[in-house]
Structure formats: structure tokens, C-alpha cells
Design a protein around this ligand. Structure first.
Ligand SMILES: CCCCCCCCCCCCC/C=C/C(=O)SCCNC(=O)CCNC(=O)[C@H](O)C(C)(C)COP(=O)(O)OP(=O)(O)OC[C@H]1O[C@@H](n2cnc3c(N)ncnc32)[C@H](O)[C@@H]1OP(=O)(O)O
Length: 719
């Protein structure tokens, strides 16, 4: 767990050996304690270097240990002892020094960083704070404003920035360990008192109170209900106003309030869920670690609308040459200018030149003969997409992968019109595709494991969080959206307003309530889907009972809004009104209030007061209930996959863990009871009927979300 050796006859080299990230597990802490004791007591040793094996200094505390009882030597006294020692200790930082790893470096008397190293205190993203002295030492070293920013955001910084801030003493392009050993030898005779960061006086700005107040307000606004960022501000305040001995106690008190909180559990769950999601597996036994992806050098994107443009940019950013295809000259020119503009802005931000030579724009599919992969991003119309796929079959070489950026159409039907169904897969990007991190990789029944592996690995290369899902209308994300949206509009009928529903969801932590989100996405998209599914439009049988379609409750209010040409932000009017088309400042619109009142009076609906609790329960339990059905149907392999999709694609608050984790935190029994209650009150809403999997899990004693997989295993998989 830590190797101890004597180098250059007098330097004790302690190397952390806990792959993959040298996390500070209890065994590692134990080994460091023993090694330090040995080094301090051995008269031959004049200095110490701490280093991490395999080019990674230390990824921090072992997060997996947080779920169980705390064992092994506690970190704070161990770190205090290193700092207090009478022999110089030098941290040799390669790779990462994060969280407890950074705090370990802070107690060393000197820090040498490799020029590619990254440092940071990401604890806030895990719902806790840097409670191994980080909140007390960092402000003493770099001052309050810079420390506040790093601790409340968890941002990783480069070695160069760390040098500028005064966190590291030297940045090197050589082997950091060798440089640190030489550095340690030179440090031997120098006094250590000024190198013990905990003994420094925190440099404070004159307007400390105003600064802390401003940061608190800013953090509150951004945190959307997350507790850890606020606790971080309070801990840094202690560093400014208390001696270290008291500050460290305050840090530990604040940590105690966070450590076992539901938010910390949710955020730590998200950390692992995100990593689990990449590990796809098929019933055939093919999986992420036994299926080799193809190498992708040349790609093509068809369609230069908003989605296509974002996809081109995402590909070009990672050095893949792209041929972008449009059907008309004007559209091609507009798309080209937008893509170039986006890449140039990107390059300017990074201080490099834009890699425009990777791009080619064309009107002809014939140019796609030699590409490795095609991503189709044309209008969401099955007939059009089928035509494109038929043409691609004729033009592209037989080994070219054909992918569709459809947001919900049948990927297998597209595969069926090609000469290579095994090379067809869905790649569902989220808008704007160059910004949003989520990618649903939609596996059709005929997609080969190599095809899936290639799409997943391409997603990762583009910096996306890729999740493999099965093929069904709407896949995972959009399929779950329907019951969520339905509940929101039913609540409108019953007496709520868009503002009230949005506020309840935003107070819950969503970046945007459902109506503001719909205005942003464009209301016409859903309207077209409803028309295509025979739920609305001129062909609807007038004898249809009001507010019912296909035997179930139906709310026509969204159709009525669209009939008035209100498509959301892009038209300047939707559920809200905006200053102009494209505006983003949503204001209440009296016309919508009138529409709701007229609608209710036309159908004799007596509006009632609806509590925020009912809004949350009906919207979110219906959402999770569909998630259970998706698991039952084998469209998602694990609850973690669903949660990751909602966290990265739909603005679900991370400190709530995602819809499935949230349901488990509320308690599956309670979710079941509330769904039964609402289904009884609304028997014509099938989405409120509790799913069999939910009932099964409750009957099995509501196991934690990580164990649901055992209960799903036996079910049919579409993956
Ligand atoms: C009343 C109660 C009182 C309670 C009081 C409690 C007091 C307790 C005091 C304790 C004080 C501790 C203070 C310190 C806290 C911390 O340090 S928290 C951890 C902070 N560190 C991080 O957040 C870093 C997390 N890791 C990463 O960001 C990345 O993994 C990486 C290091 C940048 C590497 O990235 P990459 O190369 O892309 O690899 P990954 O795929 O992400 O990871 C590889 C595998 O390693 C696992 N892993 C990574 N980090 C950790 C970790 N810190 N702990 C455990 N495991 C980790 C990751 O899950 C991957 O695993 P596999 O998927 O199984 O391969």
C-alpha cells in the first residue's frame, strides 16, 4: 500500500501503491503512518519524499470506505504529524493530487508538480468538504478569495495555475520524483517553521464580511439546495477568523453534518454511477472489456441543423476529420459558417488555432465513400431517415458504421433498410450536442458488439458520458419524459399554474421546471410527435370523449398552446412570454392564465389548491415508475444508467442522485403507496399504476439501489 525505500543514502522515499488512483484507504493511511514514523526515527534519513506509483500522486480518500464504518488511522492527526515533523517532507506530484491527496501535499513542506499534473479539492462534488485540514490550510496558503473559489467549486487546476497561486513550489517537465529527491536534499538544512502551512496567518481582504456574504449568496443561487457548498464557505470563514486549532474543529463539525447526509450519499452514488454506466454488457456475454472498438479517423455527419452542427464540432474537437453533408446550398453555407464560428470561438478560448482543415462541407453523399462512420442528423422523420440510410448503404464502403441521431425512432427499422444491420446503432446526442455531455447509444437487436463498442468509445473520446440503452420509442430519457410531462399538464387542468409547477421543481433542485424546459426545447417538437401518434390533429375523431385519447386521460392544453403559434422561446411565446423571439427571460403571460381559466370552465373543472408535495410526487414518482418499467423491459441494464441519463441529459439535481436513487431514498414502500393513491384517484392514467418491478422490490424488502440488478437479471434484456 506504500513502499518505503532509502534513496541517495539519506532520503526516505514513500511511494503510495494503491491502484488505480492511490486512494487513501485505511491500509494506505496505516502504511504512511508507519513509513513516516520509520523515516523520522531513522538517523540516516535527513528528508522525505512522498510520491504516487504509476504517475498518480493520490486521488484522495477512498470514497468506497465512506459507506461503511470508519476504520484505520484517521487522516487529520496523521497529516498534522507529517507537517509537525522535524525533517523536510517534499510531495512529488504527478498525475493528480485531489481531495485528501491534495491535503496530503499541503502538509508536506514543499510541493513539486509535474507540468501535466492536476490539483483540486473536489469534495464538494461528493457532498462533503475537505475535512483533512484543506479548508484551513488552503486559505492560509493562497488567501481567502482564491481558496473559496477552489473549495466551493471543486475545480481542478493545472500545475501552472497552482504555481501562480503559490500552491506548488516548482513545476517540472522531468520525473517529479527525481526532481523532488534533489530538492529534498537541498532543503535539509533550511528552517521548516515557515513551511508549516497550518501555522501561517490567513491573508484576509479588508472587506472580509462583504466578500463572504457575496460568495454565500452566489453559492446559494448556484447550489440549488445542495448543502456542501455553503458548509465550505462556513469552513473557510473559520480559517479567516479562528486559529488553526479551532478552525480544524469547526471544519470537523461541519463535516459531521454533511458526512452521513442523504445529499452526500446521492453525490457519491452519482460518482460511481457515472463510472458504472460506461460498463455496458449484452446478454450474449459481449461487454465493454471484451469487445474491441474500431478506430475512427474519418466521420461524416448528415444534416447541419442544430444537432448536426454540434456533432460536427464534437468530432472535430477531438481530431476526427469530418465531412458534413446538407441537401441545399443555402443550408450548407449557413451550417458551415456556424460550425466554423463555434470551432474558432473554442480555439480562441484555448489560445490555439482552430483545426478547420479537418472539415469538408458537401452537398453530395457520394463524398462519403471512404468514411469510417456516418452519423445521420436529419429531421426527425422516419421516411426521410429510411431514405438516407438506403442511400448510405449504396454509397459507403461495406465496413462503414451507420448511426442515427434519432431521439426516439426505431433504430432497428432503420437497420432493416440497410445492407449491414449489424453496423447500425443509434447515437442520441442531446442539444446542444457540443455542450451536453450525455450520449444514449441505442443498441438495436442486430447491432454487433463491435458496433456498440465503437459508438461507446467514440462517445467517450468526445468527452461524453455514454450510456448503452435498448431500442424502444423514446429509448430511456424521452420515454420517461412522457409521464413526467403528462402529470405536469394534468396538474394544470386541476388548478396549478406553469409558474407554480416550475417553482416546485426548481426548489427541488432542477435547473429548470418542466414548462421552462419545454419552452427552451420548442413546443412544436412534442406537438408533431402527438400528431404522428394520432393523439391530436385534424384527423382526430370528433366523437372522441373530451380529454381522452386511445382510452386514457389526455390533456389537450399543450396542443392549444401550439395552435396559437406559441412554440416557446424561439417564437417569443410559449408557456411564458419572452422579450423577443429567442429571448430567455421567462415572464408570466396573462394569456396563458386566461386560457387555463377558460379551459377549466369549459370542462366544468373546479380548480383546487395543489401542494408542492403533490407536484413533486406526481411528476417524479410517475417518472421513476416509468424507469422501473424500463428496467423490467430490459431497455436499461441498471438503475444507475437511468440516473446518469437524467443527471446529464435532463438537469435532474445531482444531489438527489437521479430519479431511481431518489425513489430509493424516499423509500420504495412510500413511492408504491403514493402511486397507488394517485392511481386510485386517476384510474385513467396508466403511468400512475405501480410497475410490477417496484412491487417486487418492495416485497423483497426494498433493497438498496445498487442491489436491484439481482432482481432484474431474470427479466428479458433488449440490450
Ligand atoms: C458523524 C460522522 C462524522 C464523520 C466524520 C468523518 C470524517 C472523515 C474524515 C475524512 C476526511 C477526508 C477528506 C478527504 C476527502 C476526499 O479525498 S474525497 C475524494 C476526493 N477525490 C476525488 O473526488 C477524486 C475522484 N476521482 C476522480 O476524479 C478520477 O477518478 C481521477 C482520479 C481524476 C481519475 O480519473 P480517470 O483516469 O478517468 O479514472 P476513473 O475511471 O475516474 O477512476 C478509475 C477507478 O478508480 C476509482 N476511483 C477514483 N477515485 C477514487 C477514490 N477517491 N476513491 C475510490 N475509488 C476511486 C473509480 O471509481 C474507478 O473505479 P472502477 O470504475 O472500478 O475502475
Amino acid at each position: 500500500m506504500a513502499r518505503y525505500e532509502l534513496v541517495k543514502r539519506s532520503v526516505a522515499l514513500i511511494t503510495l501503491t494503491n491502484p488505480p488512483v492511490n486512494a487513501l484507504s485505511s491500509a494506505v493511511r496505516h502504511a504512511i503512518a508507519k513509513s513516516m514514523e520509520h523515516a523520522l526515527n531513522d538517523p540516516k534519513v535527513t528528508a522525505v519524499v512522498i510520491y504516487g506509483e504509476n504517475g498518480r500522486f493520490c486521488g484522495g480518500a477512498d470514497i468506497r470506505e465512506f459507506a461503511g464504518p470508519l476504520r484505520g488511522p484517521p487522516l487529520v492527526p496523521l497529516l498534522d504529524a507529517i507537517e509537525a515533523g522535524e525533517k523536510p517532507v517534499v510531495a512529488a506530484i504527478e498525475g493528480v493530487a485531489l481531495g485528501g491527496g491534495f491535503e496530503l501535499a499541503l502538509v508536506c513542506h514543499y510541493r513539486i508538480a509535474h507540468f501535466k499534473a492536476r490539483l483540486g479539492l473536489p469534495e464538494v462534488t461528493l457532498g462533503i468538504l475537505p475535512a483533512a485540514g484543506g479548508t484551513q490550510r488552503l486559505p492560509r496558503l493562497i488567501g481567502i478569495p482564491a481558496a473559496l473559489e477552489l473549495i466551493t467549486t471543486g475545480r481542478h487546476i493545472s500545475a501552472q495555475e497552482a504555481l501562480k497561486l503559490g500552491i506548488v513550489d516548482q513545476v517540472t517537465e522531468q520525473n517529479a520524483c527525481e526532481v523532488a529527491v534533489e530538492f529534498a536534499l537541498r532543503a535539509v538544512a533550511k528552517p521548516l517553521s515557515s513551511r508549516r502551512v497550518s501555522t501561517l496567518t490567513t491573508p484576509c481582504p479588508p472587506d472580509l464580511d462583504a466578500l463572504l456574504e457575496a460568495v454565500t449568496m452566489q453559492v446559494k443561487k448556484k447550489a440549488r439546495g445542495a448543502m456542501a457548498p455553503l458548509a465550505c464557505v462556513q469552513a473557510v470563514r473559520a480559517a479567516a477568523t479562528m486559529p488553526y486549532s479551532k478552525g480544524i474543529k469547526r471544519e470537523s463539525e461541519l463535516m459531521a453534518t454533511l458526512f452521513n447526509s442523504g445529499q452526500a450519499r446521492a453525490l457519491q452514488y452519482c460518482f460511481f454511477a457515472q463510472r458504472t454506466a460506461g460498463k455496458w454488457t449484452l446478454p450474449s456475454g459481449a461487454q465493454w472489456n471484451n469487445s474491441k472498438p474500431r478506430e475512427i479517423r474519418r466521420a461524416a455527419v448528415i444534416g447541419l441543423g442544430t444537432m448536426g452542427r454540434g456533432i460536427v464540432v464534437s468530432l472535430a474537437r477531438v481530431g476526427i476529420s469530418v465531412i458534413a453533408v446538407e441537401s441545399e446550398k443555402k443550408l450548407l453555407e449557413t451550417g458551415k459558417q456556424m460550425v466554423i464560428g463555434m470551432l474558432e470561438r473554442d480555439a480562441k478560448r484555448q489560445g490555439v488555432s482552430a483545426s478547420l482543415n479537418l472539415l469538408k462541407f458537401t452537398l453530395s453523399l457520394q463524398d462519403l465513400k471512404d468514411v469510417d462512420i456516418v452519423i445521420e442528423a436529419v429531421f426527425e422523420d422516419m421516411a426521410l431517415k429510411k431514405h438516407v440510410f438506403q442511400e448510405l448503404s449504396k454509397v459507403c464502403r461495406p465496413a462503414t458504421l451507420l448511426c442515427s441521431n434519432t431521439s426516439g425512432l426505431d433504430v432497428d427499422a432503420l437497420a432493416g433498410v440497410t445492407d449491414r444491420p449489424h453496423l447500425v446503432v443509434g447515437m442520441h446526442f442531446f442539444s446542444p450536442a457540443h455542450v451536453m455531455k450525455l450520449l444514449e447509444v441505442v443498441c438495436g437487436p442486430r447491432s454487433s458488439s463491435e458496433t456498440i463498442a465503437t459508438a461507446m468509445s467514440l462517445g467517450k473520446r468526445m468527452g461524453k458520458v455514454s450510456v448503452a440503452v435498448g431500442n424502444c420509442p423514446g429509448f430511456v430519457g424521452n420515454r420517461m419524459l412522457k409521464p413526467y410531462l403528462d402529470q405536469a399538464t394534468f396538474l394544470l387542468e386541476e388548478g396549478a399554474t406553469p409558474e407554480q409547477i416550475d417553482k416546485a421543481l426548481e426548489d427541488f433542485g432542477f435547473a429548470m421546471g418542466v414548462f421552462r424546459m419545454s419552452d427552451l426545447a420548442g413546443l412544436d417538437v412534442g406537438w408533431r410527435v402527438r400528431k404522428e401518434s394520432g393523439l391530436t390533429g385534424p384527423d382526430i375523431d370528433p366523437k372522441n370523449p373530451p380529454r381522452r385519447r386511445q382510452g386514457h386521460r389526455y390533456c389537450p392544453i399543450p396542443d392549444m398552446v401550439c395552435e396559437q403559434g406559441r412554440f416557446g422561446q424561439k417564437t417569443g411565446r410559449g408557456w411564458y412570454m419572452y422579450d423577443s423571439p429567442g429571448g430567455t427571460n421567462a415572464k408570466s403571460d396573462p394569456l396563458i392564465q386566461n386560457l387555463l381559466e377558460m379551459y377549466r370552465s369549459r370542462y366544468g373543472i373546479q380548480p383546487r389548491n395543489i401542494s408542492d408535495q403533490e407536484i413533486i410526487e406526481r411528476c417524479l414518482f410517475a417518472l421513476a415508475n416509468e424507469g422501473f418499467r424500463i428496467l423490467e423491459d430490459g431497455i436499461a441494464a441498471r438503475p444507475e444508467d437511468i440516473d446518469v441519463i437524467y443527471l446529464f441529459g435532463y438537469g435532474f439535481p445531482r444531489h438527489r442522485g437521479g430519479p431511481m436513487f431518489y425513489a430509493s431514498m424516499v423509500g420504495l414502500e412510500r413511492v408504491l403507496e403514493r402511486l397507488e393513491h394517485y392511481h386510485q384517484a386517476h384510474p385513467d392514467v396508466p403511468h400512475l399504476e405501480p410497475s410490477p418491478l417496484l412491487k417486487k422490490l418492495v416485497a423483497c424488502g426494498s433493497p438498496p439501489v445498487q442491489n436491484w440488478r439481482e432482481h432484474i437479471k431474470t427479466m428479458h434484456s433488449h440490450l
